[in-house]
Design a protein around this ligand. Sequence first.
Ligand SMILES: [Zn+2]
Length: 284
Amino acid sequence: MSKTILVVHAHPDDIEFLCAGTVAALARAGHNVVLATMSAGDCGSAAHDAHEIARMRVGEAANAAALINSRYFYLGFKDMSIFSDHPSRQRVTEFIRAIRPDIVLTSSPEDYMPDHEATSALVRDACFSAALPNYVTGEANPAASIPEIPALYFMDPLGGVDRNGVEVIPDFVVDIESTFDLKIAMLMEHKSQRDWLRIRHGLENYISNMQKWTRDRGALAGLRIGEGFRRYKGHPYPQDPRLEELVGKALHRPFPNATVASEVVAGDSVSSDTKAEEATTENT
Ligand SMILES: [Zn+2]
C-alpha cells in the first residue's frame, strides 16, 4: 500500500546530499514523496542578494524534486533564523497536518550548524503536536489534526559527526546503487551552489564531494554507496520498522564498531515569506 513520506531539511540541497537516493527509490516504488526545506537558502551566495538567490534556489529545489515526480515546498524561514519556538512550531505543525505523512525524514538532532538542529527539533515536536486535536496553529483555515504521530527518522549529520567530533553511526544504511544516477542529477540541479561552495568552503567539486560522502556512508555497512538513517526512539512515536520495511533488501546494518573519518565539508547556506508556498517547475 502506498505511503506518504515527508522529507524536511533546512536548506535546498541538504536533502539531495543526504537522502535523495533513498527517497528516489521510494518515489519510484509508487509512494507519495513530498520534499520540503525550511528556508530557501538566502545566505547561499556572495554574488546575489538574499531575495534573488532565494528565488533561484527554490527553483533549483523544485527542479530536483520534479526529477522524481515529487512536490517541493519551502516553509518560509530565513537562513540562520530557524528556531524552535511557538510560532515556528505552529507553522511546521500546520504543514505536517496538510501533508498527513505516514513517515517523516528530517535532519539530524546534532549537526554542524544551528538551522539543521533547529529543523530537527521543530519537525520532531510538530509531528507530536500535529496529532493533538486541541493544538491550534493559528491558521485561518487550519488543516485537521492527524490521527497518529508519523514514524520519524533522522538523516545523518553533514560530515557524519556531532559538534564534538564524535561520529554518528546510523541505525541502518540504504544501498542506493539503483538510484545513484538520480541522486546525482538532483544535486546537479542546484547550480547556484557550485560556485558558492568553491568560494566559501574551498570545495572544488560539488558532485564528487557528495560521491565521496556517499561512499563513506556505504562503507559503514560494506556497501559501495549508501545513505544512513536513525529511527527516533522517543515515546510515543511509532516504533514499527516502517521505513525499514519499505526499503526492503536495500537495508543493511552497519558493521559493529563501524567508523569512518569523512573529510566531507558541509557547505550550506541557506529564505522566506511568511507562509508555506508550493514551488513547482510550473510556477517558479
Ligand atoms: Zn543545510
